[in-house]
Design a binder for this molecule. Sequence first.
Ligand code: PLP
Length: 407
Amino acid sequence: MQTYRQSRRLRDVRYDVRGPILTEAMRLEAEGHDVLRLNLGNMRPFGLDARPELMDAVARSLEDGQAYSDSRGIPAAREAIADYYRRCGVRGVSPADVFCGNGVSELITLVLQAMVDPGDEILVPAPDYPTWTGAVNLTGGVPVHYLADEANGWNPSLEDIESRITPRTTALVMINPNNPTGAVYSEETVRGMAAIARRHGLVLLSDEIYEKLVFGDAAHHHAALAAGDDVLCLTFGGLSKAYRVCGYRAGWVVATGPLGRAADLLEGLTLLSNMRVCPGVPGQYAIPVALAEDSPWGPDVVDPDGRIERQLALTAERLNAIPGVSCVAPRGALYCFPRIDREMYGIDDDEAFVLDLLRSEHVLVTHGTGFNWPDPDHFRIVCLPEADVLERAVGAIARHLESRRLA
Ligand code: PLP
């Protein structure tokens, strides 16, 4: 019998955050088990709701939003985005340089399709948000992973980045604040990465979806500011996390730098935007309300009562109390990415480990190799539930580890 096969281009494309572990979790749920899902940075299921002004804007859009919009997004959204970056100090951003999309996810794929030829090498962090590696593979390009340094608060190693550059390298991906590590890069790191892009003529692709999720004394530094006028920088942002509307699919990418020299690339991106027709229209109506200068959010957009910051700190502290587990305290985003002593707990395959944990304790986390981390010795836990739930989850992880302890 004939079988129907997926394309060969998908051979190296993975997105394990929603992979076989999630299928197993759903099977357990169908059997009647309560699974604590700590695999997705999705705000609403954990009681983190958007402000009503934002929902009202979308509700009011339902009449006008029936029509297709401009393929790059409604003018009001693109103007608000350009204005926002200008207020952040990025000079000369115009709505013409803004492309809206169905979340950053779609734009990552669109941008890479627009600029990568087979064999081009794209520098991607390890660990990464796996859409980046997957989307590079989809183009036939080669993801070349540079190491984030766990011993240095997960800041990327500039020496390691530079050592991996070849004549085929065309772009450098930065994810800051970082998923999955929770790192917020120092200004020195951001400037160092921009300088590498400048020296080697690379496009800087900066995923800043978590830019407003920074805690304590951490501060976010826009790559576009460090890139200046002479490095082409594509900055990705959106409402999913900061404004708690993952489901509205409201994201954007903004081009800055020597745009005259980028006309061909941007024409390609416009072509792909046109082919995609337009992003979902109602969600775009939330953008001008969220980004307005007199936005009802004020400075505390994401975490007005400090809940997320406390949950991140608590999770890291409890993880660090488990023998053989160490966790760099996150300074941003929504996640902890702890290391486990593999010898102590007999872990050769981290996906098998998270499956065992799921089956024994009904806690769903994601294995580190799912984020292109090279060794099977990390996992990612989402820190969105309230403190008592997180304490129970970490307690369950400790119990599971104890049950398999060898040394
Ligand atoms: N980039 C990073 C680093 C993410 O963690 C996520 C989602 O978790 C995305 C992009 C996708 O966000 P969006 O909802 O805008 O597609």
